[in-house]
Design a protein around this ligand. Structure first.
Ligand code: ZN
Length: 298
């Protein structure tokens, strides 16, 4: 059986301001903090997960948050813009809302559609595009833009291995689509990017279950990609590999999801640690940035 990759699962970026980051993604963008935990590979940083009410795959924007992160630089070899889908007819609402909230927007036409581009408090580039129905709330990810000087090798991986279709192209831009998300490759990236606050760390694609993930691992290994072993991320299981243009890709399973260690109504309300870090909770909390969550009525 050929495994599937229906669309984006999550996008993970870096912030140097946990509080500003939290306030922007919850108050300004209206996402829910669905998990407050630490970076399992570096517990001195928070790992903040924002998403829809239940943290559905395809809606999850996550951040490694450490107050001493150096600013990065967005450029070639990186995911440069993360675009969220907003309901058709809500673009004017969002333009006014973002500007009134102190986030200037730039309006551009790409592939025949209007995009609103803006930056989060760390300078991470975000965009909104109308796709689908609803009131005004962000629906999840629409797609991601990757900047690469030589996209030919990425093109091959996307179309021959990962199941993307090339939908449109210009000399500077190519548009690929999988069932639920798009991916754009641009060649006008400028200097190489540098990882740090305000840049994307990796892009995760969703796969339905552990069996399909194992099939992806076998497929990628057979093609000579240097793929990580399957990692238990508590809320999903993950494999990682670098696509030829330099962007770190992850393939993450849909299950078990964010209610595996907290009931739905409690998601994001307190720091959750995986079992192996629980004995070090006091020490970990001393090193984490200060973060004030809203006091919610019981
Ligand atoms: Zn990830």
């Amino acid at each position: 059986m050929k495994p599937t990759l229906p669309g984006l699962h999550h996008v993970t970026a870096i912030t140097g301001h946990a509080q500003k980051n939290h306030d922007f993604y919850t108050d300004t963008l209206g996402l829910r903090l669905v998990k407050l935990t630490v970076n399992f590979d570096d517990p001195s940083s928070y790992h903040l997960y924002y998403g829809d009410a239940i943290g559905s795959p395809g809606t999850i924007m996550t951040f490694f948050a450490s107050d001493n992160s150096y600013p990065g630089r967005i450029g070639a070899g990186q995911a440069t813009v993360t675009t969220f889908a907003i309901p058709t007819g809500s673009l004017d609402y969002w333009r006014v809302h973002l500007q009134n909230s102190g986030f200037p927007v730039k309006q551009l036409e790409v592939w025949g559609k209007t995009r609103l581009e803006f930056e989060d408090p760390d300078g991470l580039r975000l965009a909104l595009v109308e796709e689908g129905d609803g009131d005004t709330a962000i629906r999840g990810f629409a797609g991601v833009t990757l900047a690469q000087r030589d996209p030919a090798a990425s093109h091959k991986l996307l179309t021959q291995t990962l199941g993307f279709r090339l939908e449109d192209s210009t000399p500077e831009r190519k548009l690929y689509r999988t069932d639920q998300s798009w991916l754009e490759l641009t060649t006008d990236a400028g200097p190489a990017g540098r990882m740090g606050a305000g840049t994307v760390h990796h892009i995760a694609w969703r796969t339905p279950d552990d069996n399909q993930q194992a099939a992806w691992l076998a497929t990628l290994d057979a093609l000579g990609h240097h793929t990580s072993p399957i990692m238990d991320r508590n809320y999903f299981h993950s494999i990682y590999f670098r696509e030829p243009g330099g962007v770190l890709f992850e393939i993450a399973t849909d299950p078990p999801g964010f209610t595996v260690d907290q009931p739905l109504e409690e998601l994001g309300k307190k720091l959750v640690l995986p079992a192996w870090l629980e004995p070090s909770r006091d020490k970990i909390q001393r090193f984490l940035p200060k973060l004030q969550l809203p006091v919610t009525a019981k």
